[in-house]
Design a protein around this ligand. Structure first.
Ligand SMILES: [Zn+2]
Ligand SMILES: [Zn+2]
Ligand SMILES: [Zn+2]
Length: 144
């Protein structure tokens, strides 16, 4: 009487969502409803390897968080780069800026809460900010 031992050699291996080969590795990743070789789950843009918690999927591409927000996130109104959730931002009216971008075009000082600043519009959707001190010193003359 033949024993019905399922051989581990012939067991069914899952296919990798990236290279479509069998996954025989001890470690595998589960993401986007598929299983992956650890080295196959990579960002389309920077080619970094990802893990389950850090991958994003959109328009057929797998992306790391940084590239996902660079492509699809809100963009900074000064440098036009996407803003990722870890980056500090400053919101003014309906626009967002990287904290590091939000500086005076004249003296380069970073503008912060409580500062008075003036927005120069040069008509190319690129915003520039000037601190009020610089405006005053360029428009007003102190009579001595
Ligand atoms: Zn693979
Ligand atoms: Zn990336
Ligand atoms: Zn920026």
């Amino acid at each position: 009487m033949a024993e019905n031992n399922a051989s581990t050699e012939n067991r069914f291996y899952s296919k990798c969502g990236g290279c479509n080969e069998d996954i025989r590795d001890k470690y595998l990743l589960q993401a986007l409803g598929k299983l992956w070789h650890v080295y196959c789950l990579r960002c389309c843009d920077c080619r970094e390897t990802l893990d389950e918690g850090t991958c994003f999927f959109r328009d057929g591409d797998i992306l790391c968080q940084i590239d996902f927000f660079r492509r699809y996130g809100k963009a900074c109104s000064i440098c036009h780069e996407g803003i990722s959730p870890q980056q500090s931002v400053r919101k003014v009216k309906d626009k967002v800026y990287h904290i590091t971008c939000f500086s005076c075009v004249s003296c380069k000082r970073q503008l912060s809460t409580g500062d008075l600043f003036y927005m120069l519009e040069d008509g190319r959707s690129k915003n520039k900010w000037v601190s009020v001190q610089d405006i005053i010193s360029s428009y007003f003359v102190l009579i001595e």
